[in-house]
Ligand binder design. Sequence first.
Ligand code: GRF
Length: 214
Amino acid sequence: MATRLGILLSGRGSNFLAIHAAIERGELPAEIALVASDRPEAAGLARARELGLPAAEVPLQQGGAAAQEAGLLAALEEAAVEWVCLAGYMRLLSPAFLGAFPQRIVNIHPSLLPAFPGREPQRQALEHGVKVSGCTVHLVDEGVDSGPIVVQRAVPVEEEDSVETLASRILAEEHRAYPEALRRLVGGGWRIEGRRVVFGESARPEIDRPTPGL
Ligand code: GRF
């Protein structure tokens, strides 16, 4: 059965579209069960509707952040979402929300974390003078861009780069990294060791491994 993804976005939605395209190409055994946004005017939400995907507006209203999050959670539960993918979602999630999807909330950030978390990471990278930057897909924990790393992809920083040119070089890699990370995560066979996400053979529990010498 295809894994049910819920996408949260606040803007353009190009990462959402990259995930959708990977599913359509048969590269990711998942389906988009819901695209939800805190911004009714988000371009990504309009694209979701054009594509015929379930879409929900959950804006901040009088009830404040807690009510907005409760509305979001209800929409995700109603859509039977299994994994939550943050794709340019500009609101922080509370510990209670994280607890509703333990180790099943994923984010993408346009820097090689732990360098340059938070706002304007491409500008931070240029101002710091790094020669390499990139993107990071990570599991979401209670910090800002601080959860266990799933996939990273690097790009060179060129002498003549502006924030825009660097952002667009990184974005092209984001569109590869996010579907790849989701493919690895929804496939299972991984575990968390300390801060590390460990995949493959070594991700199997000890009990399943053949005893050496037998
Ligand atoms: C991306 O750069 C992503 O890494 C960051 O927000 C941006 C969203 O872009 N978290 P898009 O809406 O997916 O095009």
